[in-house]
Design a protein around this ligand. Structure first.
Ligand code: ARG
Length: 595
């Protein structure tokens, strides 16, 4: 990976090694042990090398080491000792040329740190009884962005989504539809098809609550009331019928699932999320069940008195865990054994990442331990990327149920807000298709906001703040991109093209700072990949945009008197745009040519 600091690090390492051997010490250091920092202000130099790490081996204080190291480096560059640091003022002209020529190469921002790795990544993974909600939006953009980032680092990536399409939850929607919805379809009701299914789930839940409350009033124990309702009994009966393959039940199940999945796919398409493979719980739960029975035979699991199959995890300091119900039906974790095994058999991954909320930490801990107990050597390559909750500010945009907010509704309202902003600013004529632009601003706002905190953190999604055109937001970044794009259009294709680019003129502080930030892009991407953390890329985008903004204000570009300098600055802007566009794609922010 290209790093302009590398030759200077090498010089420092060489000098330290000379000092070591002069002192008769056999120890040697390598270039990786040399740390390079940004001095607090540009007057001090362009790179600062702290000497603290060499104090012990040289048996000298860092300031003294800085002195003698700078001495050794005389004639090899503009090195200077300052306190415990050796700073260097670089040849900015030379380095600017070097860096910017790298940036215009195709493989810039494509470090090969994950080359040869096969990484499977599971994300989104909805249940078919409800439309996608705000939590899924965070999950989706994390999964998609991480996929793009690790792919940029050379990994082979397979994006998978498991649809939990069987079980009691979908029977609940089916039951309500069967009782009250005969003949109705998403088309007849003019509702998006996943919402249509979700609405029947809501109907079921309301009835269930009413019945439960009635039973409680009549004196039945709170914990037991729900299980004794007619609704719950019917739902369970339906699940049994489904497992037995009853054709009418299976037909209805197919119909409802198709509606749900078809609707969700529209949301994925709208937000730019895609998968290489869909797994369906209905197709893997039997394999999971077989695995549990095999484990029982091998004595890894045991049968309880009531007939349920369980595993004792006290050695791992965890509770016992039920793996099959007493009536032989499978539970949530059962399918996960089957799904994981099928995935590995299909594609021998080096790593499988599950992007799933932090409330399922226990689930994945148990899953991984059990797969290991079952003897799957690849169990060690499974990783739960546990991300935090996302909430809305109190009182804003509650869903129909007052708990979670549907993904579609949220994006619609962001889009409406963006559209009125466009109208208020009188930009309708300029932007081309205001609807399309508003949708892209909405997605930029949403995705950037969701990726800013590190994944593990809980967060509050503030729609209004996310849409602000100033500050650390998606639209601010998009605005920066549009500004450069319009400047390049204005300059025209032929601007200054008759000569080779000479970037050596770019030596002022704002130019140099901007160039340095651009040059850090590959390292930022590989760090984001290593940590599975797109917030690193998001943070980089903000730094880059801020730095461009400073450059734009302090350095005249098209109006610059010196034509050569004007052209170099324009090309620097083009480099910024290249990197912006590339990084936008990695964090799922749409690029806009006008805004
Ligand atoms: N559908 C599940 C839910 O909504 C999440 C599935 C996570 N993935 C898995 N392999 N268990 O809670």
């Amino acid at each position: 990976m290209y790093d302009y600091k590398e030759p200077y690090k090498e010089l420092i390492a060489e000098a330290i090694n000379t000092l070591l051997s002069e002192a008769g010490i056999s120890e040697k250091i390598n270039t990786q042990q040399v740390i390079a920092e940004n001095p607090p202000n540009p007057q001090m130099g362009d790179i600062g090398f702290p000497m603290f790490n060499f104090a012990k081996m040289l048996k000298k204080g860092p300031p003294q080491i800085a002195q003698i190291t700078a001495e050794k480096l005389k004639g090899k560059g503009n090195f200077e000792a300052q306190g415990p640091y050796v700073n260097i003022k670089m040849d900015r002209s030379k380095t600017a040329n070097e860096i910017l020529n790298e940036v215009f190469k195709d493989n810039f921002g494509r470090p090969d740190t994950m080359a040869g790795k096969k990484v499977m990544i599971e994300f989104s993974s909805p249940n078919t009884n409800k439309p996608l909600h705000l939590g899924h939006l965070r999950n989706d953009v994390l999964g998609e962005s991480i996929s793009r980032i690790i792919k940029a680092c050379g990994a082979q990536v397979r994006k998978v989504c498991i649809i939990n399409d069987r079980g009691i939850h979908i029977c609940k929607s089916m039951l309500a539809y069967k009782e009250y919805g005969q003949g109705k379809t998403p088309e007849s009701e003019k509702v998006k098809s996943d919402r249509f299914v979700g609405d029947w789930y809501v109907t079921f839940s309301k009835n269930l609550k009413k019945e439960t409350d009635e039973l409680i009033t009549s004196g039945i124990d709170k914990d037991k009331a729900e299980a004794q309702t007619e609704s719950m009994k019917k739902a369970q009966e339906m699940l049994r019928k489904w497992e037995a393959g009853d054709s009418e039940t299976v037909e209805l199940w197919k119909q409802m699932n198709n509606w749900a999945i078809e609707g969700m796919k529209k949301t994925y398409e709208r937000t730019g999320i895609s998968f290489d493979i869909y797994n369906f719980e209905s197709e893997t739960y039997k394999l999971g069940k077989d695995e549990v029975l095999k484990g029982l035979e091998k004595g890894i699991f045991y049968k309880q008195e009531d007939g349920a199959v369980a595993v004792d995890l006290s050695d791992e300091k965890l509770d016992k865990k039920i793996l099959l119900r007493s009536d032989g039906t499978s539970i949530y974790i059962t399918q996960d054994f089957g799904t994981a095994i099928q995935r590995y058999n299909d594609w021998k991954f080096d790593k499988l990442i599950y992007v799933v909320g932090s409330e399922q930490q226990y689930h994945f801990k148990v899953l991984f331990i059990i797969l290991e107990k079952l003897g799957y050597s690849w169990a060690k390559d499974l990783f739960h990327l546990s991300y935090g909750m996302v909430n809305l500010p109190e009182g804003k945009m509650k869903s129909r149920e007052g708990t979670v907010v549907d993904a579609d509704d949220l994006i619609d309202s962001l889009k409406d807000m963006a559209l009125s902003e466009i109208r208020e600013k009188g930009r309708e004529e300029d932007v081309g298709d205001p609807n399309e632009v508003a949708e892209k601003i909405a997605l930029g706002a949403l995705h950037y906001f969701l990726l800013q905190p590190s994944p593990v953190k809980d967060m509050l999604f503030d729609p209004k703040e996310s849409l602000s055109f100033t500050g650390d937001t998606g639209p601010y970044l998009q605005y920066m991109g549009a500004r450069i794009s319009s400047m390049l259009r204005k300059a025209g294709d032929s601007y200054g093209k008759e000569k080779e680019n000479d970037f050596s003129l770019l030596i002022t502080d704002p130019e140099w700072e901007l160039i340095k930030i651009i040059s850090s892009y590959p390292a930022v991407i590989s760090e984001a990949a290593e940590n599975l953390d797109p917030s690193k890329a998001a943070g980089f985008l903000y730094e880059l945009s801020k730095s461009f903004s400073r450059f734009y204000h302090e350095c005249p570009i098209l109006n610059c008197e010196d034509k050569e300098l004007s052209k170099a600055r324009l090309e620097l802007s083009r480099a910024v745009m290249l990197v912006l566009k590339d990084a936008f794609n990695l964090v799922c922010i749409p690029f806009l040519d006008v805004m």
